[in-house]
Design a protein around this ligand. Structure first.
Ligand SMILES: [Mg+2]
Length: 250
């Protein structure tokens, strides 16, 4: 089946989380306070997975086994996501909701922190999908949801395919190889290079956003008519102005 690439309008907009909605990689942040050796190992595993050199399912369990995060450490990541959210993230979500769009988050990160950020941005927790962890009664790490499609390569494609059935045509915004894998079921895949510029992902994307500000995504997600509706609304006109301050993206 060939891809149905199309210009706006889109009925659904789906964001990746790490290095897209927030500047951090949540699982790497879990390694802060660990030894330099552990941190370097985690960063290597993340990069190998994001660049498509290591199957995600192998990287996933390996990183968590190295880290063994407690429930308290995982909850802290949710706060860090909010502290490190990209400029205009809340404003963009609000504008997309105003236009009647489904807005979701699909992440290979950890479910509780991803839902915490999503809620902060005005996205319903049930529209945020990521990988759940298990803890024992002491709050110590006891494994992850190995049945989650988001903990394996190609999983985002399956999850986005289901969202596209209900909310398509979809636009997907993300920085990593796992995001690119989901492009075949999306009408537009935007490589978000405002935090991490990954050449292989950028080259294969339909559009590239190089700004570290989510306002710059607005013209890539909306029709001219939708932009005019936003510009006419007092709650959203500032976002349209912010978007216009960026030079046109590819
Ligand atoms: Mg990412």
């Amino acid at each position: 089946m060939s891809r149905q690439i199309s210009a706006p309008p889109y009925r659904g907009i789906v964001f990746d989380c790490d290095s897209t909605l927030a500047t951090i990689e949540g699982i790497e942040e879990l390694g802060q306070g660990a030894s330099a050796e552990v941190r370097a190992r985690i960063a290597d595993l993340t990069n190998e997975a994001m660049e498509g050199r290591l199957p995600l399912q192998d990287a996933y369990g390996a990183r968590l086994e190295v880290l063994k995060p407690t429930r308290a450490q995982v909850d802290r990541i949710g706060d860090l996501y909010i502290e490190n959210a990209l400029p205009n993230a809340r404003e963009l979500v609000s504008a997309l909701h105003f236009l009647g769009k489904h807005v979701g988050v699909v992440s290979g990160g950890l479910l509780a922190p991803v839902q915490h950020l999503s809620k902060h941005l005005g996205i319903a927790p049930e529209h945020a999908q990521a990988v759940d962890l298990r803890f024992d009664d002491n709050g110590d790490y006891a494994g992850f949801d190995e049945s989650s499609p988001l903990a394996r390569s190609g999983g985002k494609l399956d999850v986005l395919g289901r969202i596209a059935e209900n909310h398509g045509p979809l636009a997907l915004i993300g920085d990593g190889a796992t995001d690119l894998e989901a492009a075949p079921v999306c009408a537009r895949f935007i490589a978000f290079a405002g935090v991490e510029a990954r050449p292989a992902v950028m080259q294969a994307a339909d559009k590239v956003c190089r700004e570290a500000d989510l306002a710059a995504l607005l013209p890539l997600l909306c029709t001219d008519e939708e932009l005019l509706r936003l510009a006419d609304h007092p709650n959203h006109s500032g976002l349209v102005q912010a978007a216009q301050s960026f030079s046109p993206t590819q």
